[in-house]
Design a protein around this ligand. Structure first.
Ligand SMILES: *[C@@H]1O[C@H](CO)[C@@H](O)[C@H](O)[C@H]1NC(C)=O
Ligand SMILES: *[C@@H]1O[C@H](CO)[C@@H](O)[C@H](O)[C@H]1NC(C)=O
Ligand SMILES: *[C@@H]1O[C@H](CO)[C@@H](O)[C@H](O)[C@H]1NC(C)=O
Length: 240
């Protein structure tokens, strides 16, 4: 009878809808999709997730009861064919996965890449698939561009580097572009330039795992700033 009940339950609840990022029943798969030459600091916020994972918990001065809540996360660095990823400052990164070997990602992160790079059809298709399968789809700085090209920002509220926003409001009204350090619309999180990505990642972790995010702020010195820009922060100097 018990077995029958369990079988029925499994049959009724599809695995995708039963996954809850706040309270995961299996390891979280988190991945960075690398395009062109990616900005190091845009993808570095992934390390906030490492900072609240079981991979670091043992080394932190927190009570065991709290350590037990740290997250089981697998990290992926993905390029189309699994070739080395290129990042700014001449950093070459050994990809862990190709589009073919990557598992479905629960958390996806895309950072800015060199503007002359044009993502190919396979990359845009993978971004759409990753978006559809994810619980959280994050772009930092110019990473919005790949998401925009892939069409996953349509009918969403999103942001981009502040100096790009007025132009985007005119050129692509399919998206509600706002000037904020970061903005969330459902599972889509987008940020302004560079280190606004840290604000995004703090906000994201605080949304899903507030207790762990407070450990990051306390021990890891995660900066805490308002999601709103102050004054002309993020805009070019008019005297330039
Ligand atoms: C996900 O888990 C959290 C924490 O246990 C819970 O508060 C929330 O209601 C769950 N969400 C869903 C959609 O089940
Ligand atoms: C990266 O380093 C190699 C080896 O020193 C050098 O030849 C190349 O010019 C460097 N490229 C950049 C972008 O700094
Ligand atoms: C966006 O919203 C419009 C108007 O509601 C709708 O017709 C369209 O199908 C939506 N597109 C997507 C991709 O969600």
């Amino acid at each position: 009878m018990k077995l029958l009940f369990a079988t029925l339950l499994l049959a009724v609840i599809p695995s995708t809808t039963s996954f809850n990022l706040s309270n995961p029943n299996r390891p979280i798969e988190a991945g960075v999709i690398l395009l062109g030459v990616t900005e190091v600091l845009d993808v570095a916020p992934m390390d906030y997730l490492h900072g609240i994972s079981t991979r670091i918990a043992y080394a932190l001065p927190v009570p065991d009861k709290l350590k037990a809540k740290f997250l089981d996360i697998n990290f992926h660095w993905i390029t189309e064919k699994g070739e080395p990823g290129k990042l700014t400052t001449n950093l070459t990164l050994a990809a862990t996965d190709s589009f073919e070997t990557s598992p479905p990602l629960d958390i996806v992160l895309i950072g800015a890449y060199n503007i002359e790079y044009k993502p190919n059809a396979a990359e845009l298709a993978f971004i759409r698939k990753a978006h559809d399968e994810s619980s959280a789809f994050i772009t930092i700085c110019g990473g919005y561009l790949a998401a925009q090209l892939a069409g996953v920002l349509v009918n969403k509220t999103a942001t981009a580097p502040r100096f790009n926003v007025p132009e985007l409001q005119k050129s692509d009204p399919r998206t509600n572009w706002v000037e904020k350090r970061y903005v969330r619309d459902g599972k889509v999180w987008t940020s302004g330039a560079l280190l606004n990505g840290l604000d995004l990642m703090r906000g994201f972790t605080a949304e899903y795992w507030p207790e762990l995010a407070s450990v990051g702020v306390q021990i890891g010195a995660w900066p805490v700033r308002d999601g709103q820009y102050q004054g002309t922060d993020g805009l070019p100097n008019p005297n330039w």
